[in-house]
Ligand binder design. Structure first.
Ligand code: GMT
Length: 387
């Protein structure tokens, strides 16, 4: 198939999933066209059958903000015509599902371009739900021929918040290449991150308020009194200064490394002993899955879709949002007993392999593409009939 994909190119789970999916699809023989205003952060180097189309937005003194959504619609339309796309996959509803809907309307009735939209999380739970976006988000996702959500939790939120019929949404979880994300990764940076006597506690995110990164520091400061450890914070975003400040206030800044943004985190996670994700809400928690594939138990908040990823008492522990004391005790329980750590590390890896391996999940997307392509050629769209 010839597949178009759009996603936010900046650091974030939806862009990571969209890119990894596109690369896997290309390696399975499909032709993949990424369309965005910048190259997605995980898309680098030459790959056979993978193309990137940069969206050009012309500025004009009248515009305070150039209308990107329209320029994206034009780029999707152009790419669909030029490369004869069979299907288009919009990752993160806003504004991608809307731009894809416009592009499809521009193509009809001479040709159809079925759209699959994947809901990732904040497009529904934080942004799409706002009054200024709610109706267009609902309209655009209902206008997609295929609709997926990354967890049962997110499907329920979409049904409840947007009145989308549950049977229209297929749950397809985030996935992981367990060949790349593994514990015995080479090179391993353990010795440059911490002395061998210290456990490595890690957090990876875009440091947005929803991640509660200061809670990571709170948890770390508390566990430090029982376990010699080093905190490795990977990523950057608006909450980084506050997290740094808190580390200073708690007197743990010498034990905390803030590494900033990293394109690939597999080599860092491969030496992580414990992953901490205390988010306010998390539709799935891709970073937790990446850590689990690397054999790192997870201490996280019992929020959103995280219980669908981390099994309580098996691959980690889930505590109420903000319960930094509970999270610290859970972390100490895991890190201070070698047998417990080994058991949980093994179960974390096993869950990643048995439930979320890319080779099991990517074919589910392929089936959905085939389904929407088949039904779009079988049933001409009502819009095209109306013309
Ligand atoms: O806010 C973020 O964490 C980034 C966001 C995104 O869309 O880039 O991540 C969301 O999508 C990921 C991939 O599907 C999920 O694993 C994350 O849980 C989800 N984030 C939230 O729901 C906060």
């Amino acid at each position: 198939m010839r597949i178009g994909i759009t996603c936010h190119p900046t650091y974030g789970g939806s862009g990571a999933v969209a890119t990894e999916l596109g690369l896997k699809l290309a390696s399975r023989g499909h032709e993949v066209h990424f369309i965005s205003y910048a190259q997605p952060f995980r898309l680098s180097g030459f790959r056979e059958r993978v193309f990137f189309h940069e969206v050009e937005t012309e500025g004009y003194p009248l515009f305070e903000h150039a209308p990107y959504s329209l320029a994206l619609a034009v780029a999707i339309h152009e790419t669909a015509v030029k490369h004869d796309l069979d299907v288009f996959h919009a990752h993160y509803a806003i504004p991608h599902a809307t731009s894809a809907w416009i592009a499809r309307e521009m193509l009809l009735p001479s040709r159809d371009l079925p759209i699959v939209t994947t809901l990732h999380g904040t497009d529904i739970t934080l942004v799409g739900i706002q009054p200024s976006f709610h109706s267009i988000t609902r309209f655009s996702i209902l206008g997609s021929q295929g609709l997926t959500a990354v967890s049962e939790f997110l499907r329920d939120e979409t049904v409840e918040g947007f009145g989308v019929p549950g049977e229209r949404i297929k749950v397809i979880p985030n996935f992981i290449d367990t060949g790349r994300y593994r514990r015995d990764h080479e090179p391993c940076h353990r010795s440059s991150l911490a002395p061998s006597s210290e456990k490595i506690v890690m957090h990876v995110s875009n440091f947005r308020p929803v991640k509660r990164v200061t809670d990571v520091v709170e948890v770390f400061a508390r566990l430090l009194s029982s376990v010699p450890a080093r905190l490795v914070m990977v990523g950057d975003g608006p909450e980084r200064p506050r997290a740094l400040e808190r580390a200073k206030e708690l007197g743990v800044e010498d034990k905390a490394l803030f590494l900033g943004k990293h394109v690939s985190v597999d080599d860092l996670l491969s030496c992580c002993d414990l992953f901490v994700l205390p988010s306010e809400g998390e539709s799935f928690g891709l970073a937790a899955l990446e850590a689990m594939a690397c054999g790192a138990p997870v201490v996280a908040s019992r929020s959103g879709g995280l219980p669908e990823v981390v099994a309580e008492g098996e691959s980690g522990h889930l505590l109420p949002v903000g319960d930094v004391e509970g999270m610290a005790s859970a972390a100490v329980a895991i890190l201070s007993d070698e047998a417990t750590w080994r058991r949980m590390s093994g179960l974390a890896r096993e869950t990643a392999v048995s439930c979320f391996e890319a080779d099991k999940v990517v074919p589910v997307y392929e089936d959905l593409y085939r389904e929407v392509v088949a039904s779009s050629s079988a049933n001409p769209s009502p819009a095209s009939e109306a013309r």
